[in-house]
Design a protein around this ligand. Structure first.
Ligand SMILES: [Zn+2]
Length: 311
């Protein structure tokens, strides 16, 4: 196998502004992070794709929020893939995983069109922003309505009183020959036309036509273009929005990094009575596997004694 060529896919978010007043956007492209989190060695293709899309969507949503902490996006349902989750720290560290029942997945018993109903089933989408102790936790919950992850997001924005938002998502099927794990998201948001009373701000537009036109241009992008390693960001965005002009800001890097640690696992174990933990021992050891990065932490009896002694 040769060197992986991700082209412009280096794990980042690129904010931009369409010169049409009041419309801003963001482009997310993920390559190495998708390979690490949702690579074909970890998941069956359909699960890898839905996880990769969730990573891109979470990244594009989180990057529009001002927060100092952890943004989490979860899709939960009653299907063979009952949980797809990602989180992103404000410093750019991201991780994610999908939980699935391999037998149910292989049986493919759910007859439904679209990956979300078929894989995740009926359920909900949750967004949370956790900024640490003594801060209010923001949470948004919405039923899963849509055939794809992108459609579910649209339904959320449609129902909520949020800023008008349009998103295009794409993820490569890395199980195909010549394909690499990668995902992309392109999002437009209409800024609220809020100006101080009595002031007419010429830079803020509340023209529905402008917004509809921008969304139509956004919708004209194909998944292949979003994922193309040959189409760099500038070319992609100018190709779409050149008539209005587009101003591109600086890339913000993202990266795959898990937050699990020996210390954190110890704290979790200590929250349970020692006898309960000991009852779970297999071959004289208790092992805890991080759901995100699959790293395993093992404790034998002396290690548990030490752990509970320092309580
Ligand atoms: Zn981990």
């Amino acid at each position: 196998m040769g060197v992986v060529d991700y082209g412009p896919f280096g794990d980042y978010v690129l904010p931009f502004q369409i010169e049409t007043p009041g419309i801003r956007g963001r482009l997310v492209r993920l390559g190495p992070a998708v390979e690490a989190i949702a690579g074909p060695d970890r998941y069956p293709p359909a699960v890898a794709i839905i996880l990769a899309e969730t990573l891109a969507m979470g990244a594009v949503l989180a990057s529009g929020l001002k927060y100092d902490g952890i943004f989490t996006l979860q899709l939960q349902g009653d299907g063979p893939v009952d949980m797809v989750m990602m989180d992103l720290r404000s410093n750019g560290d991201m991780r994610g995983y999908a939980r699935f029942d391999a037998d149910r997945l292989a049986a493919g018993s759910i007859v439904a069109s679209g990956p979300v109903p078929r894989l995740i089933g009926a359920g909900q989408m949750l967004f949370t922003v956790d900024q640490g102790p003594n801060t209010e936790r923001y949470q948004g919950v919405t039923p899963l309505e849509g055939a794809t992850v992108g459609e579910c997001a649209h339904a959320y924005f449609h129902h909520s009183e949020q800023v008008q938002t349009a998103i295009c998502l794409a993820a490569a099927d890395a199980s195909l020959p010549q394909e690499r794990p990668r995902a992309a998201a392109l999002m437009l948001q209409r800024l609220p036309a809020a100006a101080p009373e009595g002031v007419i701000d010429p830079f803020l537009s509340d023209s529905d036509d402008d917004w509809r036109r921008a969304v139509a241009l956004l919708s004209s992008v194909s998944p292949a273009e979003l994922l193309s390693a040959d189409l760099d960001d500038e070319r992609l965005l100018f190709q779409l929005f050149h008539e209005d002009g587009v101003r591109i800001y600086r890339q913000r890097p993202l990266r795959h990094r898990c937050r699990c640690s020996q210390h954190q696992v110890e704290v979790t174990l200590r929250a349970f009575p020692k006898a309960e933990i000991e009852a779970l021992m297999v071959d004289g050891r208790i092992t805890v596997t991080c759901e995100f990065c699959k790293l395993t932490y093992a404790f034998d009896a002396p290690a548990l004694d030490r752990l509970y002694a320092t309580r």
